[in-house]
Ligand binder design. Structure first.
Ligand SMILES: Nc1ncnc2c1ncn2[C@@H]1O[C@H](COP(=O)(O)OP(=O)(O)O)[C@@H](O)[C@H]1O
Ligand SMILES: N[C@@H](CC(=O)OP(=O)(O)O)C(=O)O
Length: 801
């Protein structure tokens, strides 16, 4: 018994330096006779096709031809006969500026004819007695040039007759991919066809094994060129491998597996360049259930057949598929959706136009009676197949896709095996692969983050994410990848994600437009997108919808979006709902304190929140905690707060009460109250004569505030302290609540009175808790706690993705 060994183009690419091919053949030859099937050397087939196209366009091609000659040069092998033919064909094509599929096949076949002669000579030179066989004589096909169908009876006969004659030869070499018609016109079996040649020879010679030497370590869970985290598969059964081949895993020709099944010949995919790898075994042995791999068909088109009048009528489908089959057009995915959508099916894009014509002819009578309305072609699609997927658990990859803005145009599960194919927009196929692969194979899912704002909170957050990245990857299987960092005028990108030295990673901004973040994500097929807004910018919230429409969730420490008009607030939420996206802003009130989520949950669970009251501002907390108990003028306390960096650059932004009012409004809207900022009664702590000063003037005159605040302090009883509070009350079942911010006197033994440092406190009164409010208290400001809070929101989103 013999073994069939097939070597792909890349395995032959550097024959002079690469000893692996010789070693592999010599090793196997010690224990078995061998039939070696070879593809054309390197990218010869692609070069030949390019030459044809150049000649057809009447462009110069001499350089290209030279490249081809160099690639196929081997001493002692006279390639003149082949190159004469190649040059003649190209001259002819240049003259008439066209070529037929028959001419294409004759030209391409020269690649495999040369390589099989070269490999024979190489083996002979190394003392291995190799015999060359011209495979165009063995593989008999129909005349469907460029993708000819093998005539199995004639081929079996030809192979067996030839191999009987060669019974005493232990090492035979032949070219894959090529054959000939009954009239001896040269044909090819379609791209990657050498695998099919090898499988047929294995069948007809009853080989014990088919070893397919390629340049990757085996079959992977997805094309490793597209999905870097794809894993090698140890074992596939025939039916899985067949689905894989049929649905586009270009590592196998679509028809490779069938000839092996009949005689149960095992196929092993191995790597010529890495002989250590055990590769992938394909055999009749059963394998565990579950998804095995993802494949893509790219050169396809979707035909939509609209014919409401015909549905329900017997025999329509048969008419469609018979008409196509008669013309040798095969259909890979079929979906008969709702009657409005008619029937959709996928064909090779090169056959789409003739498929349409054939059907228009077949159904001309039905067009006339208006039973068929329209037959259209969509070339802008790809088919992603999930091999091994059953319908039971399909909802998971499906919803992962939808969350990433990829809505399949149609899908079906194959009749031939466990496999679901999705027709999607061509531009989205790589992203779809990443999303499904991450979802199914439990390998880490990547969450791609763009951070706008690299001030105090922004930069602390970036450091925090980078520092915790590895732990999160290990514990949660989530890879947090910061792909963009921006401020109001510059955007910086990093293909592999920013890391510890992120500050040095961007010396010059790559662009200044925030839209480029969206473009970059599209171009790089990034999935699971989050935009972080760590700015205080008024303008950025207006861009949120752009990001949401393009697949981003939003996390924001910026309060603006929640405090613009209620109309804006509502529209944003409607758009989030429409796009199934989320917007988290836990840090908008109380920085890192778990406030908003708790209020949301209480409200959602039907708990009637009757009042929320508290010290919402860490800055004002610090100022009045200190001022109330220490014997210091107000200006001195305020200066201490400024020096500690607790205030905004202009402290009047804090003292005006607007920040507290915004927080109050955000909480009110969580309770479904439709208040506007203007509805809030805000006590401005700046006496009117100080309100129109410049910042510098104001800072120079702080002591002017002392009299006013001393007066207030005088009025305090011995057990009282001052607190600046926000309060939300009224009938909260109504559309609007009563919202006010004010400086009040409280008992120093009360919860509010006991507040210290720059802590915030929130008292949440509800019907069930009566007059004992839920109290949330702690550091309510500061870059570190705020960044932690934003980080918490990111993780919340990442886990749901
Ligand atoms: N699931 C998959 N596993 C491994 N490789 C795949 C897969 N799908 C597609 N490929 C592609 O198949 C290529 C190998 O097949 P091919 O080019 O025919 O090799 P060769 O020319 O060496 O025979 C790889 O470069 C890889 O990109
Ligand atoms: N040379 C042909 C046939 C083939 O199978 O090649 P490879 O084994 O290198 O994919 C092609 O490029 O399509």
């Amino acid at each position: 018994m013999s073994k069939v060994l097939k070597f792909g183009g890349k395995s032959l690419a550097s024959l002079h330096t690469n000893k692996n091919l010789l070693n592999i053949i010599a090793n196997y030859l010690e224990t078995s006779s061998l039939i070696i099937v070879v593809s054309a050397i390197g990218n010869t087939t692609d070069l030949l096709l390019e030459l044809l196209e150049k000649a057809k366009a009447n462009k110069p091609y001499a350089d290209h031809l030279q490249e081809l000659k160099a690639l196929n040069f081997y001493p002692q092998i006279n390639t003149e006969e082949h190159f004469k033919l190649i040059e003649n064909i190209l001259q002819g094509v240049s003259l008439i500026q066209d070529y037929s599929p028959k001419v294409q096949d004759l030209l391409l076949a020269q690649g495999e004819l040369i390589s099989s002669k070269v490999v024979t000579q190489l083996l002979l030179n190394h003392g291995l007695k190799a015999t060359f066989v011209n495979s165009t004589q063995l593989i008999k096909t129909d005349a469907y040039f460029t993708a000819a169908n093998v005539n199995e009876t004639l081929t079996e006969l030809a192979v067996q007759t030839e191999f009987e004659k060669l019974a005493d030869k232990k090492l035979i070499v032949l070219g894959g991919f090529i054959g000939s018609t009954a009239e001896n016109e040269v044909t090819t079996l379609g791209r990657n066809g050498s695998n099919l040649t090898a499988a047929l020879i294995a069948n007809y010679t009853q080989a014990e094994e088919f070893l397919n030497f390629t340049h990757v370590d085996g079959i992977y869970t997805a094309n490793p060129e597209w999905v870097a985290s794809a894993k090698r598969i140890e074992h596939l059964n025939y039916s899985e491998a067949n689905e894989l081949a049929t649905f586009g895993a270009s590592i196998l020709h679509a028809k490779t597996i069938v000839p092996l099944i009949e005689k149960k010949i095992p196929l092993r995919i191995l790597n010529t360049l890495n002989p250590e790898s055990t590769g992938t075994l394909i055999s009749a042995e059963p394998t565990p259930n579950g998804v095995k791999s993802l494949t893509v068909l790219q050169n396809v088109a979707l035909i939509n057949f609209h014919g409401k009048g015909l549905f329900g009528k017997v025999g329509v489908d048969a008419r469609i598929f018979n008409a196509l089959a008669k013309n040798n057009i095969s259909v890979s995915v079929i979906s008969q959706g709702s009657s409005e959508r008619g029937l959709g099916f996928v064909v090779n894009d090169s056959e789409a136009a003739s498929a349409k014509e054939i059907l228009e002819y077949e159904f001309q009578q039905d067009f006339y009676t208006k039973d068929v309305e329209n037959i259209s072609i969509n070339n802008n699609i790809a088919v992603v197949s999930i091999i091994g997927q059953d319908l039971k658990s399909f909802h998971k990859p499906y919803s992962a896709l939808v969350k990433n803005g990829i809505v399949p145009i149609l899908f079906n599960n194959s009749v031939s095996g466990k496999n679901i194919s999705l027709v999607i927009e061509k531009a989205q196929f790589k992203k779809a692969l990443h999303v499904i692969h991450g979802q199914i194979f439990g390998v880490n899912k990547t969450v791609n983050i763009a951070i706008v704002g690299k001030g105090t909170v922004g930069s602390v957050l970036i450091d925090q994410i980078i520092a915790s990245k590895n732990q999160i990857a290990e514990r949660k299987n989530i890879d947090l990848n910061i792909f963009a960092i921006a401020n109001s005028h510059s955007v910086y990108f990093s293909t592999n994600g920013f890391n510890t030295d992120w500050q040095d990673q961007f010396q010059t901004p790559q662009t200044n437009s925030l839209s480029s973040i969206i473009e970059y994500a599209k171009e790089h097929h990034l999935e699971n997108l989050i935009l972080i807004d760590n700015t205080a910018a008024e303008s950025l919230p207006n861009r949120y919808n752009d990001f949401i429409n393009n697949g981003f969730d939003i996390v924001s420490s910026n309060k603006i979006a929640n405090t613009l008009s209620f109309e804006f607030y509502k529209n944003l939420r409607e758009n989030l709902k429409k796009n199934q996206k989320q917007y988290l802003y836990e840090t908008n009130v109380g920085a890192g304190l778990p406030l908003i989520d708790n209020i949301k949950l209480l409200h959602l669970s039907g708990e009637n929140i009757t009042k929320i009251k508290g010290v919402f501002s860490g800055t004002l907390s610090y100022i009045f905690n200190l001022f109330s108990v220490e014997n210091k003028p107000f200006s001195e306390v305020l200066r201490a707060a400024i020096e500690k960096g607790f205030t905004e650059p202009d402290p009047r932004d804090d003292l005006s009460g607007t920040d507290v009012a915004r927080k109050l409004l955000i909480l009110a809207r969580e309770l479904d109250l439709e208040n506007e900022l203007q509805d809030i009664s805000i006590q401005n702590l700046i006496p009117s004569e100080f309100q129109s000063l410049t910042v510098q003037e104001f800072l120079a005159q702080l002591s002017g505030l002392n009299n006013h605040y001393d007066d207030l302090k005088q009025q305090l009883k011995s057990n009282e302290v001052l607190r600046y509070v926000g309060e939300l009350s009224g009938d909260l079942q109504q559309q609007k609540g009563v919202l006010e911010t004010k400086l009040i006197k409280v008992d120093k033994n009360s919860a509010l009175g006991q507040l210290s440092g720059s802590d915030s406190i929130f008292e949440i009164y509800t019907e069930s808790y009566g007059d004992r409010p839920i109290i949330i208290q702690g550091a309510g400001a500061g870059a570190h706690v705020t960044a932690r809070g934003v980080f918490g929101d990111i993780l919340r989103l990442a886990e749901k993705k």
